[in-house]
Design a protein around this ligand. Structure first.
Ligand SMILES: [Zn+2]
Length: 198
């Protein structure tokens, strides 16, 4: 029986690198994958997956829009291109809860494994809608670890402006001056994004 996998992290944990490695492994075995990513307005080159550390780069097979039905998308892909061995989803935190259920149907009724990679929560330490649905429904959940500057495990993708942690505001920003940094909970609570911050 095919499963739904969710691999989550705070930022900079190498999610895209691992996703592309998995895809590469399928292709080496002459198996076919379908690489998907939610559409966002605030990114350049959004149909390209390019890990921060370099290495493998890939163009997505299809962008996911809020109205996209993933059952239909996968069915159509299998009908036109043949056997499909794995569905891979990057930035899965931006899926709608309905789309997460559709991915479960892909696994359960079309028998195609689905691997989703995404962030656990936003800068306010609240779950993204897609991540919450995956936490509730995925068969296999694993955390990809990254560390805070202090060396402890980072769990929050903190939004930082002028050296301070922001804890309120819209979940998605377009064109702001904010940056993101992975922090442990303590340093997120202390508003201490860097060792030199006061
Ligand atoms: Zn810390």
């Amino acid at each position: 029986m095919a499963k739904v996998y969710f691999r989550y992290a705070a930022m900079n944990a190498g999610k895209s690198t691992q996703l592309l490695q998995v895809r590469h492994n399928y292709h080496e075995r002459h198996q076919r994958t379908l690489l998907l990513k939610p559409h966002l307005d605030n990114r350049d080159g959004e149909d390209i997956i390019k890990p921060r550390i370099g290495g493998l780069v890939a163009k997505v097979d299809a962008l996911i829009y809020p109205e996209t039905n993933l059952c239909t998308l996968v069915e159509d892909d299998r009908r036109t291109k043949g056997k499909l061995d794995c569905v891979l989803v990057d930035e899965a935190q931006f899926l709608t809860p309905g789309q997460v259920r559709q991915l479960c149907e892909v696994a359960d009724f079309q028998n195609v494994p689905v691997m989703c990679y995404g962030l656990r929560g936003d800068f306010r330490a609240e779950l993204f809608a897609g991540s919450a649905a995956l936490m509730a429904l995925a068969d296999d959940i694993e955390e990809l670890k990254t560390i805070c500057w202090c060396g402890k495990k980072a769990t929050i993708n903190a939004r930082v402006l002028d050296g301070h942690v922001l804890r309120e505001g819209p979940q998605l920003l377009i064109g702001g001056n904010e940056t993101y940094t992975a922090l442990c909970r303590k340093h997120w609570l202390l508003d201490a994004p860097l060792p030199t911050s006061t």
